[in-house]
Design a protein around this ligand. Sequence first.
Ligand SMILES: Cc1cc2nc3c(=O)[nH]c(=O)nc-3n(C[C@H](O)[C@H](O)[C@H](O)COP(=O)(O)O)c2cc1C
Length: 195
Amino acid sequence: MKIVAIQSSPGKDGLTSRLAQAVLRGATAAGAETELIHLNHHHINVCKACARGWGQCRRGEDCIQKGEDDFYAIHERLAAADGFVFATPVYFWDLSESAKVFLDRLRRIEWPRKEQAPLRGKAFVGIAAAGGSGTGAPMAINNLERYVSYLQLRPVAQLPVSRQNKDLQMVAAEQTGRFMVEQVQAGMQAWKEQG
Ligand SMILES: Cc1cc2nc3c(=O)[nH]c(=O)nc-3n(C[C@H](O)[C@H](O)[C@H](O)COP(=O)(O)O)c2cc1C
């Protein structure tokens, strides 16, 4: 079993990254193979909203920008995984800029493929880390849920983390990783076949 985490803070060892790593630690302890992707260290183009808003992606075809950036390389790693963790820092009560750019592209290519969507049925954990004032994590996690609602994932847990509760949530993140693997083992993937 493979669990892939994407973290969208520029810092490789900041709070956001450490929360993603905690989930992966739990998943590793439960027997999964894991991978952490630092999104800001990859090049992802902004969606061009081609053809006046809806391009060929609407017909389930690849994005016109395929091959021009790292988007599809990351998408392939997600498609090959059983579970997907997405962790964002909270910026202005919202997702980070890199998170939005990536998720904009992701929902564009996943949603029109319906039953054939590569990420359909995969277990999902979302994390939003408000490490400044500590405000905005619930709003950011809500916005993350809105993005991923187009991906037909199976939500396992969402962790709104603030500066004030980060020690508690770090423990929860590790337990979430174990729980995520157990959920996949318990047959969450069967949902994919059942539709
Ligand atoms: C542009 C910007 C906006 C931010 N907005 C918020 C915010 O609304 N609420 C908050 O608690 N922290 C805010 N922060 C702090 C980040 O949430 C904090 O840096 C993050 O949790 C930890 O980042 P790290 O993963 O790089 O350590 C902001 C930081 C930046 C750079």
